[in-house]
Design a protein around this ligand. Structure first.
Ligand code: SF4
Length: 264
């Protein structure tokens, strides 16, 4: 197996599902921070965009044993053989080994949507409409609501969570201006992590053992989605509930039985 290059940073996230109340603040903060288009009719779920998506899962048991859990799903920024990067014909998506962030270059994207098909986490979205153009002209004052550091996407390209990469650039510029070569813990966090009212989302450098995100990612209750694929996502989840951890990898006891071997 080829060794992956390692940079100074490997940014990642830990989401504590036992703290998540499913309020959706992370989704709103993400959309607002990253100029994610809002359509007048959001009922067409096939064509709406959510870089941070919130799902609801249940243990499937009848009342009163029913339990539910919410889990927010950003891009996993897969570290190993990143599926979307491997298939992109014009190399419009790349992983930056200095940060571990998987980025999208909109002006290079040809809109073939191969990455969408390849992503096992459904984290990519196609722009059916020009970003924000469909609500042009902006109602008075709304044009000032766009984030100046994030480009607005055009129709025909794919987009996804960028771990608020512009915030990293901002933190790095500030550190350099102050004569530092490293950014400290907490100087760069994503909009969802900042906005979460229950502080269920922790963000930091997984390469730094002193960062809280690294400590949490090594918890016995930590897991990643579809671990068996070997994509090594940089988003970890925490839950003390076993049924939640089992669902993350589509775990089913009967599937663990090797093909052709009878159960005893
Ligand atoms: Fe690419 Fe999907 Fe992995 Fe994000 S989660 S890096 S979009 S394959």
């Amino acid at each position: 197996m080829m060794e992956e290059k390692q940079g100074k940073y490997k940014f990642g996230m830990v989401i504590d599902l036992d703290k998540c109340t499913g309020c959706g603040t992370c989704m709103v903060a993400c959309a607002s921070e990253n100029n994610v288009s809002v359509r007048t009719d959001e009922s067409d779920k096939e064509r709406s965009i959510a870089w941070m998506q919130l799902f609801k899962i249940t243990n499937g048991k009848p009342f009163p044993q029913t339990e539910v859990s919410y889990f927010p799903r950003p891009c996993m920024h897969c570290h190993h053989k990143t599926p979307c990067v491997s298939v992109c014909p014009p190399t419009a998506t790349q992983m930056d080994y200095e940060t571990g962030i998987v980025s999208q270059i909109y002006t290079r994207c040809i809109g073939c949507r191969y990455c969408q098909a390849a992503c096992p986490y459904h984290a990519r979205y196609f722009n059916w409409y020009d970003g924000y153009a469909f609500i042009q002209p902006f109602p008075k004052g709304m044009e000032r609501e766009l984030s100046p550091e994030v480009s607005v996407r055009m129709r025909g390209v794919v987009e996804k969570c960028s771990f608020c990469h512009h915030r990293f650039m901002r933190a790095k510029t500030k550190a350099y201006a102050e004569g530092r070569r490293e950014i400290e813990e907490g100087e760069y966090i994503t909009a969802c992590a900042e906005a979460c009212p229950t502080q269920a989302i922790t963000f930091g450098n997984l390469n730094n053992p002193k960062h809280q995100v690294t400590r949490l990612s090594k918890s016995p209750y930590a897991f990643r989605l579809l671990e068996k694929l070997g994509t090594e996502p940089k988003v970890y989840y925490l839950s003390t509930r076993e049924w939640v951890r089992e669902m993350a990898d589509n775990y089913r006891p009967d599937q663990l039985q090797p093909v052709g071997v009878k159960k005893v």
